[in-house]
Structure formats: structure tokens, C-alpha cells
Design a protein around this ligand. Structure first.
Ligand SMILES: [Zn+2]
Ligand SMILES: [Zn+2]
Ligand SMILES: [Zn+2]
Length: 180
């Protein structure tokens, strides 16, 4: 569920001609999509999962989260962090891995395809570039040397033909290196 002209609800304004012929003004914003949403939500038998992007939040999601009656706002602070994709400037979001771990993937899966592993120390957070650009710091407290080549990778110990060295977590997509 995304906001925007082609989102849900769609933000394309109805043709004024249409409002002239509809029986009376709709009492709620996005009334037509609201009915569709209501039907879809109330058909759920056990649980309901709504998916979207925090950066382009559908107004329906915002309404649900803001209304305390649904109890959705409570663990907002527990949300995993998002960070900026160094390849395209989009957002990287946490995605669960099949083995139970977490990795981060750019919201533009098909156009960008950038992924990053989670923090090697805590396994859930993502190290983000510090203000001076020299380190990548995770909210768990772990800190890593920032990759000198890409904008979002950090350096981890790797072993190569000539011994151990620091290499970007995005290797082989990024060849950034550093000294141990
Ligand atoms: Zn991207
Ligand atoms: Zn961490
Ligand atoms: Zn890199």
C-alpha cells in the first residue's frame, strides 16, 4: 500500500463531471477505495498483513496507525531502522531471511537491486554512515570502518590470497578495501 497518484488509495482527483452525476457527495475521503479496503480487511480469518513503504505511506495505513483503537502505534519504536540506499538514494528496508536472519534491500528491488547484510554484531540493525563519513555505526553500538568506495557499505575482515584484509560487505559488487 503506497501513497501517490497510482497508489492505494489513488490520489488521482475524480473528474468533476463524475461528481455531478453521482447521487450525492461521498461522506468520507477516498470513499470508493475505503469500501474496497474494508471488504478486503474484514475477509481476513486470523491475521491481516498490510505491506507498504514508510517513505510512501498510504493514508489508509496512517489512519490505522494513528487510531489507538487498533493498537498498531504501540511498537512503532521497535521498527527496524531504514537507511538510504547508496546506489540510488532510495530507502533500504529490513527483510527477513529464510534462516531467520535479516538483510536490507533497496525499496526499488527491480530497478536498483542493492542489498546489504545486517550488522555482523547484532544481526538485526544496519550500520549507517556517521556524519564525518569515516565510520558506519549500528544502533547496537557496533562501529565499522566506512567503505571508501561506495556510499553505504562498511568494511569487514576478509581473507584473500595475500592474507587478511578489510573489504566492503558489498564485495564483489564493491571493491572497497582498507587496512587492518
Ligand atoms: Zn537503491
Ligand atoms: Zn548492530
Ligand atoms: Zn563498498
Amino acid at each position: 500500500m503506497f501513497s501517490g497518484r497510482m497508489g492505494f488509495p489513488s490520489e488521482i482527483v475524480d473528474d468533476p463531471l463524475l461528481t455531478m452525476v453521482s447521487p450525492e457527495g461521498e461522506p468520507f475521503p477516498h470513499a470508493e477505495e475505503r469500501r474496497v479496503m474494508y471488504v478486503a480487511m474484514t475477509r481476513a480469518r486470523k491475521t491481516l498483513t498490510l505491506m507498504g513503504a514508510a517513505s510512501r505511506q498510504s493514508t489508509f495505513i496512517a489512519e490505522l496507525v494513528d487510531d489507538d483503537a487498533y493498537g498498531l502505534g504501540a511498537d512503532k519504536t521497535e521498527d527496524l531502522p531504514t537507511c538510504t540506499c547508496g546506489d540510488c538514494g532510495g530507502h533500504l528496508f529490513a527483510v527477513p531471511r529464510k534462516d531467520g536472519g535479516t538483510f536490507y534491500r533497496c525499496e526499488h528491488v527491480e530497478l536498483c537491486g542493492n542489498t546489504l547484510p545486517s550488522c555482523p554484531d547484532c544481526g538485526v540493525g544496519i550500520p549507517v554512515r556517521s556524519e564525518d563519513g569515516r565510520s558506519s555505526d549500528c544502533r547496537c553500538g557496533a562501529t565499522f570502518q566506512a567503505c571508501p568506495v561506495c556510499a553505504d557499505g562498511w568494511l569487514v575482515e576478509r581473507s584473500g590470497r595475500y592474507g587478511r584484509f578489510l573489504g566492503c560487505v558489498k564485495f564483489p559488487r564493491c571493491n572497497g578495501k582498507g587496512r587492518l
